[in-house]
Design a protein around this ligand. Structure first.
Ligand code: UD1
Ligand code: UDP
Length: 357
């Protein structure tokens, strides 16, 4: 089979690792398009250098811009590549503008489309990602769900054709990389965190960073935690860096660092006492690392992390965030919540079978 995979953002490079490996192992030919949505060294190149992902065959170099412009540029440029490549399948991940552009390009050319992370919903129409997911699921031929709740979400929307529960490719990736991450403590040494309890934080969601009130609420809480509870380390997403500057939020206690590599991030997660985040991927990695998570949002697509007791949704109010950090306690495990670590193999098998397409 000839497969064109479309990625463009940090979490998509990580999600592509396990599946790219499984495709290679099964003897399929993968052509990787990088849309260029993320382009800083720490948001893109670092993952290709560190992880076992094929080099992008082409980089569309679209870069940053308003949603319509960015998605439109990606659609135009992706279509050109697909006309040339004519693959058996287009593969897209998640819910970003790169996902939507790839899905629309494939659908208009009637190329079978596989959507990894199908069926996730926040039911928050303020999120660009929610629209990207719904539209991608509507045009996908293979809907590859990471969780039972994702299958149920699609069922409620009347979508059952092409739907498969395969597990989470990010779980596959964590299992593959755990030993490597555990063997390297470099990042902890650099930050002088060996043997010291600390909180790890990430903030990047548009709903949080684009609202000065929410951004202030979150960072006020992080400063209070760093002052009164335990050190806070925060690898800073470029979107948030810009918003902190433009809203003149000055941080005195929180330790801001540049975004780190995937293995360094896994190390930081596994040794943290508590994780505060608005990231989708980081909520799950906290659950897999058995580290309590305080989520700086009011809803989550990853409901199992909350049902298990490892994750609490607190939103952006400072007092609530600080209280949640004081109250964290371990949760329990939900059997097979994210599959058995073989999601990538199952996806390859379904693409080979292609009977729903
Ligand atoms: C995007 C996704 C989001 C995902 C996140 C992962 C959409 C709508 N959003 O959000 O779902 O969770 O990626 O990290 O697709 N920037 C840089 N350098 C970069 C990349 C971005 O400086 O390498 C800055 C630019 O100013 C840009 C801003 O960050 O305008 C936001 O980037 P963008 O890709 O539009 O959205 P993200 O917030 O990264
Ligand atoms: N991540 C990373 N370095 C960082 C921050 C995050 O490698 O400095 C990884 C993290 O471990 C997870 C993924 O990036 O695998 C999550 O991406 P992000 O938070 O940007 O997006 P989301 O998951 O919310 O879409």
């Amino acid at each position: 089979m000839r497969i064109v995979t479309i990625v463009g953002t940090r979490p998509q490079f990580i999600k592509a690792t396990a599946l790219s490996k499984a495709l290679r192992k099964a003897g399929h030919c993968e052509f990787l398009i990088h849309t260029g949505q993320h382009y800083d060294f720490e948001m893109s190149r670092i993952f290709f250098d560190e992880l076992d992902i094929p080099e992008p065959a082409v980089n569309l170099e679209v870069g940053s811009g308003p949603h319509g412009w960015q998605t439109g540029q990606m659609l135009i440029k992706t279509e050109e590549v697909l006309m040339d490549q004519r693959p058996d399948f287009v593969l897209v991940y998640g819910d970003t503008n790169s996902t939507l552009a790839g899905a629309l390009a494939a659908c208009k050319m009637r190329i079978p489309l596989a959507h990894v992370e199908a069926g996730l919903r926040s039911y928050n129409p303020e999120m660009a990602e929610e629209h990207n997911r719904v539209v991608t699921d509507r045009v996908a031929d293979l809907l590859l769900c990471p969780t039972r709740s994702a299958v149920a979400n699609l069922e409620r929307e009347g979508v059952t054709r092409g739907v498969h529960l395969v597990g989470d490719v990010m779980f596959d990736s964590v299992l593959h990389n755990l030993n490597l991450a555990d063997a390297r403590l470099r990042i902890l040494k650099t930050l002088d965190l060996i043997g010291r309890p600390y909180a790890l934080a990430t903030v990047h969601r548009a709903e949080n960073t684009d609202s000065p009130v929410k951004l202030r609420g979150i960072f006020r809480a992080l400063e209070m935690i760093a002052e009164n509870e335990l050190p806070v380390v925060l690898p800073l997403h470029p979107r948030t860096r810009q918003k902190l500057e433009s809203t003149h939020i000055v941080l005195k206690r929180v330790q801001l660092i540049a975004p780190v590599s995937y293995l360094d991030m896994l190390t930081l997660e596994r040794h943290a006492q508590v994780i505060l985040t608005d990231s989708g991927g980081v909520q799950k990695e906290a659950y897999w690392s058995k580290v309590p998570c305080v989520t700086l949002r009011y809803e989550t697509e990853w409901v199992e992390t909350v049902q298990s007791g490892w994750n609490v949704l607190v939103g952006t109010d400072s007092e609530r965030i600080v209280r949640a950090v004081k109250d964290v306690r371990p949760g329990s495990e939900i059997q097979d919540a994210y599959g058995d670590g073989r999601a990538a193999e199952k996806i390859v098998h379904l693409m080979e079978k292609g009977d729903d397409v």
